[in-house]
Design a binder for this molecule. Structure first.
Ligand code: GDP
Ligand code: K
Ligand code: MG
Length: 267
């Protein structure tokens, strides 16, 4: 059976470079339905088992640009077997905000810790084990432009990906909203492989794609109840965003330090 890997990450994290070293010439390029955003998919060289879909580069799942809608509807609708999240190791704070949102979906995820050469050149010392522990998923250090780390990544695909297990404690108001929503989401039959807590958070944020999905699949009485929960927390999106940033800052304080020594392990 073919497994689908969705390649996701911030713009310029190295998605295209990674896609190319993984698929070589075995690529199809088209557009996402109805829009002129490029859609690429390919097959991992030497293996028929994995199809890899390159999702548009985005910074979060929240602000709902066309690129974000495409990525989110693929994640929600197609439920890829593995999320391959490529992040820029020299720019961890911004990149990990998105990673946290992805991990909260509960989908199996592998993180490609790319740009290790740049990070090392800047004297950043990244405690990968600690980061892995905090995020609950495996990370593969890479220099995608040079194809470094590809073997380890393929090895990780073989061993399978772990579901994200990030558990951020949000402010009480938000947690009460989530608690009120969980049974409603269950009644609506919306608790599938996508984590119900994540769906509840996205609903509280007022996320358009999740709102559309809920509206399509839920009867009006339940939607009414869910809307009332959301209306009670008008600042939910800001509260959630701040808590996520604070959580990322916390784990970076514990796992990244700055050194003066420039070690050239990757060049
Ligand atoms: P995308 O926007 O995520 O598709 O990123 P690209 O694959 O286009 O990469 C953005 C730029 O970073 C390009 O100039 C790449 O050659 C470069 N790049 C990609 N991976 C690495 C890496 O690991 N190290 C360095 N130094 N540059 C990289
Ligand atoms: K680019
Ligand atoms: Mg690209």
């Amino acid at each position: 059976m073919t497994q689908t890997i969705a390649l996701v990450g911030n713009p310029n994290a190295g998605k295209t470079s990674l896609f190319n070293i993984l698929t070589g010439t075995r690529q199809n390029v088209g557009n996402w339905a109805g829009v002129t955003v490029e859609r690429k998919e390919g097959w991992i060289k030497g293996e028929q088992k994995w199809k890899i879909v390159d999702l548009p580069g985005i910074y979060s799942l929240s602000s709902q640009t066309i690129e974000e809608k495409i990525a989110l509807s693929f994640i929600l609708g197609d439920e890829p077997d593995i999320l391959l999240n490529i992040i820029d190791a020299s720019n961890l704070e911004r990149n990990l905000y998105f990673t946290v949102q992805l991990l909260e979906t509960g989908l199996p995820t592998i993180v490609s810790l790319n740009m290790m050469d740049v990070a090392e050149g800047r004297g950043l010392k990244i405690d990968k084990d600690r980061l892995e522990q905090a995020l609950g998923v495996m990370m593969v250090p890479m220099v995608a432009r040079k194809g470094k780390g590809k073997k380890s990544l393929l090895n990780r695909f073989e061993h399978g990906a772990r579901p994200g297990s990030v558990q951020i404690s949000y402010p009480d108001q938000v947690e009460r909203g989530v608690a009120a929503l969980l049974p409603l989401l269950e009644d609506a039959g919306l608790t599938t492989t996508i984590d119900a807590r994540w769906l509840a958070l996205m609903w509280l944020e007022g996320n358009e794609s999740v709102t559309t999905m809920v509206n399509e699949k839920t009867d009006r009485t339940l939607i009414g109840k869910m809307k009332r929960v959301r209306e009670e927390i008008p600042t939910a999106d800001a509260l959630i965003r701040q808590a996520r940033y604070a959580w990322v800052e916390g784990i970076l304080r514990e796992s990244v330090s700055q050194t003066n020594v420039e070690r050239k392990t990757w060049s």
